[in-house]
Design a protein around this ligand. Sequence first.
Ligand code: FE2
Ligand code: FE2
Length: 357
Amino acid sequence: MSVKDVHQVTKQAWKDEVFPEWGTWLNEEIDTTNVPSGKVALWWLCNMGVWIKSDQQTSVVVDFWCGSGKNTHYKPEMDPRHQWARLTGGRNIQPNLRTQPMVIDPFEVRKLDAFLVTHFHSDHQDLHVTGAILQNVREKIPFIGPKAVVEKWLSWGVPRERCKVVQPGDVVQIKDVEIIVTDSFDRTALISDSVGLDTPDDRTVPEMDERAVNYVIKTNGGTVYHGADSHYSTYFAKHGKDFDIDIALLAFAENPVGIQDKMTSVDILRAAESLDTKVVIPLHWDIWSNMLGDPREILYLWRQRRERFDYLFYPFLWQPGGKFLFPDDCKKLEYFHRRGFEDRYSYPVNLPYRAFL
Ligand SMILES: [Fe+2]
Ligand SMILES: [Fe+2]
């Protein structure tokens, strides 16, 4: 209920009316979309979060996250165990402010068939989203992730019987959707401490497969490769041989000096070429103020290089909250939200003179 009197205004009333900024707009769009036969629909939930809906109307989400970054200057320094403290030898907290609105309301999700998480970083595995799914999704859907993700869920109180530990090579069938678990190349996950796993000696390389995975999600309408926070790897070319990938979702952003974490524009093109995908969609660039990427770089470089290297794939520059329909949008290049006013001149106009402007 909206407040009409300034004296009734409270901080909570403001949060209730304004937050999440998109309300249930996207929830409704996803719920009411009937994916046509032979197609697959994707929606970007910000960062690496993606909703995938098959032509049998099966829905799986990957890295569904609705959190925030820094929200005060008054925080203690980074813990010396923090991945950026280990990598840079610095202690100042990074100024990673969230730059996008909340495009979906996790508490209004009712129909979902599987909840997948790639790794345990806090911008991929979300306590509130996990609670909302556990409480409100009608069916007892599986919570799927590598060991470190499941350990974190268990520490949050998720019942063990709802969790499924996966590792590269595993195949999980969710109705008509086949999920193949494969290798992650997220070196940052190797220097991040996780809940419930033994922390090896700092000179020892931990087991990647327990910490992070990538997913190949096969639907009747196309195969999606979710690259999570993988860095560039020559092994993308192996995945390109192993899987027939239509859409590759890859982490792109600007790395501050001293940081190696996200792929750069040319890395995205090299990864797309290696994966032999039809479409590459850069994600993750949107969310952090100190790592904002400009995906236009990818488009410029793609145009410059495509003839020389016989690129067969297309990049797609998306917007958070936007929809991508495969194969219809496979050469679309750039997304724009619906512009509206489709019903113009359905009724007589009402202007003081006809040629108003
Ligand atoms: Fe990460
Ligand atoms: Fe991330």
